[in-house]
Design a protein around this ligand. Structure first.
Ligand code: CP
Length: 306
């Protein structure tokens, strides 16, 4: 039985197969419409979510399966003090696969150790968000045609942004990837990413503060929200929250074929005037999230569709 805690749980070859399967699902949805008939997905979300939870549920429904779950800790027995270990032992009796989001880093991993069904990390604190990374890789491969030879600007809250941490881990496995890390001093990537991931693997990167200085070099601009819920101090959040606002003027500095991605939700960091720019890919990215989660459910449940 396979769980998914990190994008690195999949080899590059396994990832390639998963993305190819997602593209086939996109082209031939009817072929997969009954693939999970009789199977159940549990979504155990101890933290708010729109895209991840609903795209998992849409994915299972699109595969002909059923869904159950909870969308906040308050509406589960976590509010009475139940541990994730006990919860997953019980969920294992009710469902065939579980997607879990939790504010504590490592909570889905703890759950996976007691689980009788595959557990998918749907975001754990500021740590990892592997299915967002799968979504991002599918978006990049589908829209840019490759996962190598890319200059990627990661912009915003690089300290607490778990989507950025997972994406860096996943992309460094491809040749000729360069990163421009665009953030204010206070929100730079954690040192373990800078030292243990980027330096250790000789991945070229540059840290810059001004978005304007990076725009012209980028194949992909990956914007992120300042993670209000992870700040200890409201004043710090207020000072940081509008540090970057991507608008038409800044988009004029970018290449014609650059794409703008964002895991969403956005707050102010991308002006709505950018939404009509053909390079704005963030809503297409959310759609790719459904296809890739369908492919992941099929893969972890070992369902083959001929
Ligand atoms: N991208 C993402 O994880 O969105 P949600 O928090 O809405 O699930």
């Amino acid at each position: 039985m396979q769980h998914l805690m990190s994008p690195l749980d999949l080899s590059v070859e396994e990832l390639d197969r998963l993305l190819t399967l997602a593209n086939d699902i996109e082209r031939n949805p009817q072929k997969y419409a009954h693939a999970c008939a009789g199977k159940k997905l549990a979504t155990c979300f101890y933290e708010p979510s729109t895209r991840t939870r609903l795209s998992f549920e849409a994915a299972m429904l699109n595969l002909g399966g059923s869904i159950l779950g909870f969308s906040s800790a308050d509406s589960s027995s976590a509010a009475k003090g139940e541990s994730v270990s006990d919860t997953i032992r019980v969920i294992s009796c009710y469902a065939d696969i579980c997607a879990m989001r939790h504010p504590k880093e490592g909570a889905p991993l703890v759950a996976s150790e007691k689980s009788k069904i595959p557990v998918i990390n749907a975001g754990d604190g500021g740590h990892q968000h592997p299915t967002q990374t799968l979504t991002d890789l599918l978006t990049i491969r589908s829209l840019k045609g490759r996962l190598d030879n890319l200059t990627i600007g990661l912009c915003g809250d690089l300290k607490f942004g778990r989507t950025v941490h997972s994406l860096i881990h996943a992309l460094i496995r491809y040749p000729n990837i360069k990163f421009l890390l665009i953030s204010p001093e206070e929100l730079r990537v954690p040192s373990y990413i800078r030292e243990d991931v980027l330096h250790k693997n000789n991945v070229p990167f540059q840290e810059v503060e001004r978005l304007e200085d990076a725009m012209g070099a980028l194949d992909i601009l990956y914007m992120t929200r300042v993670q209000k819920e992870r700040f200890f101090n409201e004043d710090d959040y207020v000072r940081m929250k509008d540090f970057y606002i991507l608008n038409k003027k800044k988009m004029a500095l970018a290449k014609d074929d650059m794409i703008v991605m964002h895991p969403l939700p956005r707050v102010n960091e991308i002006s709505v005037e950018v939404d009509d720019d053909p390079r704005a890919a963030y809503f297409r990215q959310a759609q790719y999230g459904v296809y890739v989660r369908m492919a992941l459910i099929l893969t972890l449940l070992e369902v083959e569709v001929c």
